[in-house]
Design a protein around this ligand. Structure first.
Ligand code: BG6
Length: 470
């Protein structure tokens, strides 16, 4: 395996037997290794409060997870990868054994070894774990990756931040929002700033609405504890959907580096108008209260739709509609910009009232569409609807995309925080949504496999939701 120029690394995965570690982190590390994108020398230490059996059983669990989420793997490759994996029990009270294991691995790997500490633990456990890292000096030469949500409101986010800064410098902290690792999301920047045709119309003079729509077909899939304590607003809106909004709305950054991007996103979040409670719809899917582990009278939202305005020079007066929910009719991640009509309708029998739309499909197979009116070939001057399309995988057939977590893990190893969230962004968003969190709307019940409650369907008024596509 060709060496890369990355420093040797000890990865410590806290919450190593949990869902995220099994679905994303272990398969991601394995795939990076197969792609020659791991340091030449590394060790992976899984850790959690209780042991999943013997160390061999832990490796089997990881093996199973990698095969399940990355497909079958070659026996010899697995043997070589697995030789670098171990497991150590650790808790917020005692991590002596873990600290010894980390130092042992570092002795083998060499003095320039870095630590990548990944907190795949529930938000309630983060603070005490961070203190423990400080107590056992695990913060030295370390980068810490934190999973969202970062706190549960403004107060707790500030407290978490203060704790983090007792133990780590800001430059060591990587707040992950995996949507920013998606190829298609980074492509928003390419689309806007590497082309001359979009940016001149990317503003309130030409755009009349923006929709950021992330319906999910899956229900809570056994994650009752998580949903009951977090809810969709904290899980998806203040994180993924606001970050997408930031990318769509930001001004051209001076450079494509972390500082410039964070500055521009921060300005967007600072410009968001206080949220109007009557323009936010919470929903809960039918049967949610019957899910195992859910409170029978739960008022937790599994769906949110809302209207947001960015009161800056570029976007003043233009509504952004955000929608996401579980147990919906389809899974999509779609950003749509609707364009204003031409001033004069000069074609007899214009096709319909659907304005031009630029549609960004942020799937693993990213596509961009522009829905346009065009002449139907034939003897009459009649209009129909045509579509311009860019299919990234078709355009670049040999390209090998990285899964979002893989890309972001690699960025942490490289020490590049560009695609991570800054503390200022996090706090501005909490500040904005704080009033809503303290008096949330009552969730309206919606049928499974639907597009959400009626009130949400009506939210964009005459524009309607683009999805389901007409
Ligand atoms: C996670 C949320 O961050 O993102 C989940 O906790 C959600 O509730 C998931 O389903 C969606 O991510 P992706 O990459 O599958 O679209």
């Amino acid at each position: 395996m060709a060496p890369t120029d990355l420093d040797p690394h000890v990865f410590v995965i806290f919450g190593a037997t949990g869902d995220l570690a099994r679905r994303k982190l272990f398969p991601g590390l394995f795939h990076l290794w197969q792609r020659d994108l791991m340091p030449e020398r590394f060790r992976i230490i899984g850790s959690s409060r209780t042991a999943p059996g013997t160390e061999e059983q832990f490796r089997d669990m990881v093996h199973h997870a990698v095969e399940m989420f990355r497909g079958e793997i070659d026996h010899e490759a697995w043997r070589r990868f697995a030789a670098r994996i171990s497991f150590v029990v650790a808790s917020d009270e005692d991590s002596g054994e873990l600290a010894d294991a980390v130092r042992g691995a570092e002795r083998e790997l060499g003095p320039d070894t870095r630590r990548l500490l990944y907190m795949a633990v529930p938000p309630s456990a983060t603070e005490s774990m961070v203190r423990m890292l400080g107590k056992f000096d695990l913060n030295e030469r370390a980068r810490l990756v934190l999973e969202k949500p970062f706190g549960t409101d403004l107060r707790s986010a500030k407290r978490l931040d203060a704790t983090l800064h007792e133990v780590f410098d800001e430059g060591q902290i990587f707040r992950i929002d995996h949507f920013l690792g998606k190829e298609a999301v980074q492509n928003i920047l390419a689309l806007r700033f590497a082309n001359g045709i979009f940016e001149p119309v990317w503003n309130h003079q030409h755009v009349c609405y923006v929709e950021i729509d992330v319906p999910e077909e899956i229900d809570i899939q056994g994650r009752a504890d998580f949903m009951e304590s977090t809810g969709t607003f904290r899980d998806m809106i203040v994180t993924h959907l606001f970050q997408l909004l930031g990318f769509v709305a930001l001004e051209p950054p001076v450079r494509l580096d972390a500082e410039s991007l964070h500055d521009e996103k921060t300005k967007v979040f600072r410009a968001i108008r206080p949220l109007a409670p009557d323009r936010v719809v919470y929903g809960q899917y039918e049967g949610y209260r019957d899910e195992e582990g859910v409170n029978k009278s739960s008022e937790v939202e599994t769906f949110v739709a809302m209207e947001v305005f960015v009161d800056d020079w570029r976007w003043y007066g233009i509504p952004f509609y955000l929608r996401t929910g579980k147990a919906m009719a389809e899974s999509r991640r779609t950003v749509t910009l609707g364009f204003q009509e031409p001033p004069l309708r000069m074609f007899p029998g214009d096709v319909d009232d659907q304005c031009n739309e630029l549609v960004l499909e942020l799937t693993d197979d990213p596509k961009i569409f522009a829905d346009l009116r065009a002449k139907i070939p034939g003897p009459e001057l009649k209009l129909g609807r045509g579509r311009m399309k860019v299919d990234l995988m078709e355009a670049f057939p040999g390209a090998e995309p990285l899964e979002a977590y893989e890309r972001l893990l690699l960025d942490v190893m490289r020490g590049d925080p560009t695609l991570f969230t800054s503390t200022e962004e996090v706090e501005l968003i909490w500040e904005l949504v704080d009033p809503l969190l303290h008096s949330p709307p009552k969730p309206k019940i919606y049928p499974r496999r639907s597009w959400g409650p009626r009130e949400a369907l009506q939210l964009p008024g005459k524009y309607g939701w683009r999805i389901p596509d007409s």
